[in-house]
Ligand binder design. Structure first.
Ligand SMILES: Cc1ncc(COP(=O)(O)O)c(C=O)c1O
Length: 452
């Protein structure tokens, strides 16, 4: 079957292989048409998208109101260089700063990675120091400075290994929070948030030249879909204040109602100095930014910036997205639909021995698959099979998980559009349930929970 471009799915896949370098995964799925929570491939097959296009289209695809805002802006001024000013850019910055208590200014960027570098610039300028604390399994981007803060996926540094050290930031890597697999092998009810307290020890004793900032995702995404425990941010806030370093929250994935609040840090009673934004920020268009408080919000002229930052069309899309989210209380919807997912997935966990842990914060959801609930041995092969079986049945889910030991990925992720409805949540969970039953048949699991 020919898709609208006049080419078959197979032809598009072949053209892609022939002419593109594709260093971010390679599924032979051509998305020809996308609307709401659904996409259609080049063969006319329909899928439910449980990952909102890599959590970029938080209102689903082709939201008609966002599309109107985009068309209006294209018909007015489709580009305005960054040294000039533009209404959508100005109004968006005002809106976003006002939404985030304690923040003073917004620095626009293009991708999550370059925005993170913007935050690093500001932290270095304000402190006069140049090292960053980052967590095991963290992911903050793939530019040369941010790669150093990210978990070291073998293939991430293979290509650039020679000489990479000359460019990358100095980092102080500390054990992450993960109450299911605590790197310190402690228990949550008695650990006294040792993982957060340990950060101070590393700033003082683990750094050679002095730390400029602590960078942390409030819900560690690529590292396995793990939420920060309650109290974690309060401890980090105190540590950063005592040590005079910036607390930088990487909300590239977690902002824009994803976690049931506009920003995930709204769940915690502690304000970071900077919040890094990306992905869904542009309402489906490339846009990122750094929210910063007054203390850290200083850059000298030309120190940071890219030609197309604060693109007026992306700004118009973003403004309209935020208006819709506020009008329709989509953070509230994300909380309610997250609870619904939680109920389904809790029941699924009871029935399926493969499910080791379910982690839900709004619509930021990870389901960790294990071979055995006592040893927690990761079910790598099974997870990959489940991902592809879901695809086969018309459900797009994601896969992530700790990098070491390879192979990577024993956590299935659900991050659907934040305006998702109850019926669609039920459909997604229904397909997942059936696929798990099939997987357990195929891999020889019995339905009595192992290790219990
Ligand atoms: C938490 C986090 N920070 C930063 C980034 C980098 O964003 P980008 O790929 O837009 O550069 C990502 C991308 O996946 C991310 O998940």
């Amino acid at each position: 079957m020919k898709e609208e471009s006049g080419h078959t799915q197979r032809e598009i896949n072949e053209l892609t292989d022939r002419f593109q370098l594709k260093p971010m995964g390679d599924e032979p799925l051509v998305i020809d048409d996308a609307q709401g929570f659904r996409v259609t491939d080049g063969n006319g097959k329909e899928y439910l998208d449980a990952i909102s296009g890599e959590w970029v289209v938080n209102l689903g695809y082709r939201n008609p109101e966002v599309a109107d805002a985009v068309i209006e802006q294209v018909n007015k001024a489709d580009f305005v260089a960054p040294m000039y000013n533009a209404a959508p850019r100005a109004l968006l910055a005002q809106k976003v700063v006002e939404m985030a208590p304690g923040m003073d200014k917004l620095l626009f960027g293009l991708s999550g990675s370059d925005a993170m570098e913007g935050a690093m610039h500001m932290a270095m300028r304000a402190t006069g120091k140049d090292e960053f604390v980052c967590l095991f399994q963290a992911y903050h981007g793939r530019t040369f400075a941010t790669i150093a803060l990210s978990y070291t996926h073998p293939s991430m540094y293979e290509g650039a290994k020679k000489g990479l050290e000359r460019y990358t930031t100095r980092q102080v890597r500390v054990p992450n929070f993960n109450c299911y697999r605590c790197p310190f092998e402690l228990e949550r009810d008695s650990c006294d948030l040792f993982c957060a307290k340990f950060v101070e020890k590393m700033i003082v004793e683990g750094s050679e030249g002095g730390v400029a900032g602590v960078v942390v995702e409030p819900y560690q995404a690529n590292g396995g879909m793990v939420p920060a425990p309650d109290g974690y941010f309060q401890v980090l806030r105190d540590v950063c204040d005592r040590q005079g370093v910036a607390l930088i929250a990487d909300e590239v994935q977690t902002a824009w109602a994803r976690c049931g609040e506009f920003f995930a840090v709204d769940h915690y009673d502690a304000k970071p100095d900077m919040i890094v934004l990306g992905k869904a920020f542009g309402g489906g268009f490339p846009m990122s930014g750094v929210l910063t408080n007054e203390q850290f919000g200083k850059l000298s002229d030309w120190e940071y910036g890219f030609t197309e930052i604060g693109h007026p069309v992306a700004s118009a899309a973003s403004l309209r997205m935020i208006e819709i989210m506020e009008r329709d209380d989509l953070p509230g919807n994300a909380r309610r639909m997250g609870e619904r997912f939680g109920e389904h997935l809790g029941a699924i966990q009871e029935r399926h021995p493969l499910v080791g842990d379910v982690r839900v914060l709004g619509l930021m959801i990870g389901v960790e698959l294990v071979k055995d609930r006592t040893t927690k041995e990761q079910a790598w092969e099974e997870t990959d099979w489940v991902l592809h079986a879901c695809l086969e049945r018309g459900l797009i889910v994601g896969k992530t998980g700790p990098t070491f030991p390879p192979p990577r990925g024993n956590v299935i992720k659900f991050k659907p559009a934040v305006n998702i409805t109850a019926g669609v949540v039920d459909d997604m969970c229904g397909i997942f349930d059936e696929v798990l039953t099939e997987a357990e048949g195929k891999f020889g699991y019995s339905n009595t929970n192992k290790g219990e």
